[in-house]
Design a protein around this ligand. Sequence first.
Ligand SMILES: [Zn+2]
Length: 229
Amino acid sequence: MLVTVGWGIGSAIYVDGHVHVGRDGLAGERGHSTVAEDGGLCSCGNRGCLELCSSAAAIVRRVRSELEHGVASSLIDEVSGNLDDLSVEVIAAAAKSHERLSERVLAEAGMHLGTALAGVVNLLNPEKVILSGKVPQVAGEVTLGPLLYSLRQRVLPWAVKDLAVVVSEFGEEAAAVGMALVAAEGVLKARCREVQGTDSRHGERPTPDQSVSAKANSTPAKEDIARTE
Ligand SMILES: [Zn+2]
């Protein structure tokens, strides 16, 4: 399973060599699963969606809000007093220097991600969870540690025992690459159906004996002539 945590949050479920897209292509919409029942209102109309808690946009928004409400932080100096310059990269760098507000917000984002992943791990028992996107890549252990703690607290012990959780080097482009692969697989399947349809319109596939016979009656190819001369 791939989970991308960038400006938004999405995921892809890879089963038996294929991306599972669901009936309407909506499978993997982790960003809009509820992790805080009394949380804020999301753009999807639901409350407390994962995207409101753990996406890069949510992290920047939360840190900015606390700074605007007077929470003391060296982040103000990091952006020279201009809160428009806040980014998840700036926050992650500050967290790695043990700036408390940044550490707390990134850790809470990780805890919520772990809660959301626990439900999927219990449901699907995946072999591997791959995290991609800006948040896991720039925050690293600051977010990953709380994520794994939260996941282990909530998932069935034997479902997490051999579960690999890794961070991919793919960034925001992971979704585009995945969509391209799904589209390519769809084209190939459609082409296969066309070919099979053509075969069935022309009758049964030839048996091996018929095939040999048909070849023997056809005009020999140049290489066949070369071999027989
Ligand atoms: Zn939502």
